[in-house]
Design a protein around this ligand. Structure first.
Ligand SMILES: Nc1ncnc2c1ncn2[C@@H]1O[C@H](COP(=O)(O)OP(=O)(O)O)[C@@H](O)[C@H]1O
Ligand SMILES: [Mg+2]
Length: 226
């Protein structure tokens, strides 16, 4: 890694969910955090600690109640919804625990759809990225014709197609056996070294977390270690 550039700065972010009556559940409590360009960060912590909520806010899929999130120095929640959707499709890629591929489309089409949304459909590039994740020869397979590990690789290709600066992953190996989990882990490191993306990965996989550049531990809505 070269000079550390701050890609994302989170300042005093709070988030709570309303409960029955007048009560509320405080899920993120005054979070301050910096994510640097090209780093692979693991977010760990018990179930319910607020990891997914933080990831959703980083990905602009959810709003904080207060505080700011600066991406490349810009306050992303200042943007209007349309602008925000474009920003999200160009700058951020998402990988979830379950691949969420569209069942009626092939691997190639699933990757292409993501590029259509950002207005840059490019089947040559989609094939290239499928090659990168080791699945050039599975391009015409539908999700039901792929193994779990392969489907997750297609989901990674889909996340990469628009060359986003940031990839957010929520338990990307949570649904895989050890061998497939290890290979997804290796792939993520290879991709970072090649394409210089920044990854923030929520994981329960301790082996994976230890290999990351940094572990951010969340406890009860706060960052307890970084
Ligand atoms: N939409 C919601 N409404 C109410 N409570 C929620 C909602 N989403 C999450 N929660 C609660 O917020 C807490 C944190 O959730 P989450 O961020 O998903 O935790 P983690 O990913 O660390 O397991 C949990 O107790 C969860 O039940
Ligand atoms: Mg979660």
């Amino acid at each position: 890694m070269t000079e550390k550039e701050v890609l994302i700065k989170i300042e005093k972010v709070n988030k709570s969910y309303p409960l029955a009556g007048t009560k509320k559940l405080d899920v993120l409590k005054n979070i301050d955090l910096e994510i640097f360009g090209e780093e692979i960060c693991a977010i760990t912590g018990k179930s319910g600690a607020g990891k997914s909520t933080l990831l959703h806010i980083l990905g602009t899929l959810d709003n904080p109640d207060s505080g700011r999130v600066l991406f490349e120095g810009m306050n992303i929640f200042d943007k209007k919804e349309k602008e925000l959707a474009l920003f999200r499709s160009q700058k951020i890629g998402f990988i979830f625990q379950f691949h969420h591929l569209l069942p009626e489309f092939t691997a190639l089409e699933n990757v292409l759809i993501a590029s259509m949304i950002s207005g840059r459909e490019d089947s040559g590039k989609a094939l290239e990225i499928l090659s990168e994740v080791g699945l050039r020869d599975r391009a015409d397979h539908k999700p039901s014709e792929l193994s779990g590990g392969e489907a997750q690789r297609v989901a990674i290709a889909r996340a990469l197609i628009n060359s986003p600066r940031l990839i957010l992953a929520d338990e990307p190996t949570g649904n895989l056996d050890t061998e497939n989990a290890d290979s997804i882990m290796r792939l993520i490191f290879e991709l970072r070294n090649k394409f210089r993306q920044t990854f923030v990965i929520v994981t329960h996989n301790e082996d994976f977390a230890r290999k990351c550049d940094r572990i951010i531990k969340m406890t009860d809505g706060k960052i307890s270690e970084s």
